[in-house]
Design a protein around this ligand. Structure first.
Ligand code: PMP
Length: 394
């Protein structure tokens, strides 16, 4: 049977990153490849207690169809929580979603016509690239430096093209680089959005995993004109398997997003939403986030210390101030696929940089995850990776 698929869906189901993760998951391999939170900190018993309390209090309502926008108790948790991002929102500015991944899809659905250009950081989160492409977007990469996307380059693109609809950016502890954007750039992006009538999708899944305590205001906090759509998630501070995230946008946009969401999944799971609201009512969530942050900081420190000890001196790496990832740059154009193969033979894994670039990827870059591996294993894994670097021909 030859199925006549939509012209925007990929012609094949080859999944290079899935293949990497499968190999990385083999027993004995120390994997820095995935993007998983540390499961030992999932608050299983507290979620169990919250689920029981949610059922006891809301009964059938927790199991019935519900509002597409989200349950009121959870909307209140969200508007309260995002005050720390200096965002003032009311329930009317919020839509609860099935993870923040759904927000990427809904924003593309609402704004992208086939052929519209979407600007992304180079490199960026690869499932965002796939979401935008599935609506026929043309992806335009803008270079980053150690402080995130280059705003001067961004403005050049906006000046030179009239087909740009959307900018997608991850200002805190970016996936894949771990880099963060200073306040000044965030403010400049909000100003450019207004000047060039550009929608900005600010994706902040890692913002609360903050190693330094310094909080930089969100891009949304500088938004005077309604151009910025903000998204975050309970995936990194609670549990990704619960699949609950949210977006914050101008009040006028929420009914549009809500209508589109209804055609996809009617609404996000009510029972889980009530459970999360109860979890916030019953627990000191700040203390829980502190535990996650302390663990990830110690793992990041272990990774950096091991890289300083074992990597050749000319290998560069980012020093994230939060989040779950860091970015390694090997000079001399090493073929990261050859390095990956050498690493697998040496029982350690990473994700090569290529899939994080919308078009032409430079050689010799790769992502390491530090949240999912104990510190003693991190040292062993980095030592193996360093040995593989020496053994890989350039
Ligand atoms: N955005 C970024 C940058 C991510 O890294 C992820 C998940 N790894 C997501 C969005 C999606 O997260 P979720 O759907 O679990 O909220």
């Amino acid at each position: 049977m030859t199925y006549r698929f939509s012209k925007f869906v990929p012609k094949t189901t080859t999944d290079p990153v899935g293949d990497i993760l499968r190999v990385a998951g083999h027993p004995g391999v120390i994997s820095f490849a995935g993007g998983l939170p540390a499961p030992e900190l999932f608050p299983v018993e507290k979620v169990q207690a919250a689920a029981q309390a949610a059922l006891a209090e809301h009964g059938a309502a927790a199991l019935q169809y519900g509002s597409a926008q989200g349950v009121p108790q959870l909307l209140d948790v969200i508007t309260d929580r995002i005050k720390r991002e200096q965002i003032n929102a009311t329930r009317e500015n919020v839509l609860v979603t099935t993870g923040s991944q759904q927000v990427l899809d809904l924003v593309a659905k609402l704004f992208i016509n086939p052929g519209d250009s979407v600007i992304v950081e180079e490199p960026t989160y690869l499932c965002a690239v796939d979401a935008f492409k599935s609506y026929g977007a043309n992806l335009v990469g803008v270079e980053m430096d150690d402080d995130g996307i280059r705003v001067d380059e961004l403005e050049q693109v906006l000046k030179n093209r009239d087909d740009v609809k959307l900018l997608y950016t991850i200002p805190n502890y970016q996936n894949p680089t771990g880099r963060s954007m200073p306040a000044e750039r965030r403010q400049q992006i909000a100003q450019l959005a207004e000047k060039y009538d550009l929608i900005v999708l600010e994706d902040n899944p890692y913002g609360e995993i903050n190693f330094t305590g310094e909080r930089i205001p969100s891009i949304k906090s500088y938004d005077q004109s309604g151009h910025v759509i903000y998204t975050s998630t309970f995936s990194k501070i609670l549990a990704p398997g619960m699949r609950v995230g949210w977006l914050i946008a101008d009040e006028e946009l929420i009914p549009h997003f809500t209508m589109l969401k209804q055609t996809v999944d009617l609404h996000t799971d009510n029972f889980t939403q009530y459970t999360i609201a109860k979890f916030f009512e019953q627990n000191d969530v700040d203390e829980h986030v502190r535990q996650i942050t302390d663990l990830y900081r110690s793992r990041k420190d272990a990774m950096i210390a091991a890289m300083e000890k074992y990597f050749p001196a000319d290998v560069k790496f980012s020093r994230p101030t939060g989040g779950m990832f860091l970015w390694v740059e090997v000079p001399g154009g090493v073929d990261t696929q050859a390095l990956f193969n050498e690493c697998i033979a040496n029982h350690v894994a990473f994700v090569p940089g290529e899939p994080f670039y919308p078009k032409d990827a430079p050689a010799g870059k790769f992502r390491l995850n530090f949240s999912n591996t104990p510190a003693d294993q991190i040292e062993v894994g980095i030592q193996r990776l360093a040995e593989a670097m020496v053994a890989t021909p350039v």
